[in-house]
Ligand binder design. Structure first.
Ligand SMILES: [Zn+2]
Length: 176
């Protein structure tokens, strides 16, 4: 049986860590941070677990860009239909490097990026974040015309409340 290609793993032990384990990709390597008190068995168990988690997340990210585009098409049909091509983005994708905002839109090249932090939220919140960015393709600023477009989405107000709640709990200030 051919062995699956495993990434190079660098384990860093920290005396300040008690229980938390975290992992991130750094170029070709995966860095796994574990508490200093872990035994060798715990270390190898956690390395396997964190590699699986990382792979699952990356797989999900790759899959969902297509879903996100489908979702955009559905939202345009429902709420922005009369704008036709004006509301259609050139690309929509999930990004993990956008911690300060739920979503962003560059009207100049018609690209939309949605933060991975939105990925585990309910569908109706994802729809709101995406519709908000699609509306920016039509109206770049947050003016009355923009909010009138967004208000076509029945749960816009509720979704904004949800996002504000998440931002408050995580102690970060997040805007769109
Ligand atoms: Zn906005």
């Amino acid at each position: 049986m051919a062995a699956a290609r495993k990434p190079v793993v660098e384990v860093r032990r920290s005396q300040r860590r008690r229980r938390t384990v975290s992992a991130y990709r750094d170029g070709e390597r995966v860095v796994v941070l574990i508490p200093d008190q872990f035994s060798q068995t715990e270390e190898s168990e956690w390395v396997d677990r964190m590699l699986a988690r990382l792979a699952a997340r990356e797989g999900r990210l790759a899959r969902s860009d297509a879903e996100l585009l489908d979702r955009a098409g559905r939202l345009i049909k429902l709420y922005l239909a009369e704008h036709g091509a004006e509301a259609v983005p050139a690309s929509v994708r999930w990004v993990s490097n956008q911690n300060g905002r739920w979503g962003s839109c560059t009207p100049a090249d018609r690209t939309i990026r949605i933060s991975h932090r939105v990925q585990d939220m309910p569908d109706w919140v994802i729809d709101y974040v995406l519709l908000h960015e699609l509306a920016h393709l039509i109206v770049p600023s947050h003016n009355a015309r923009f909010w009138a477009l967004v208000a076509r989405y029945p749960r816009a107000e509720r979704a904004r409340g949800y996002l504000e709640g998440v931002a408050a709990v995580s102690g970060t200030s997040l805007s769109d």
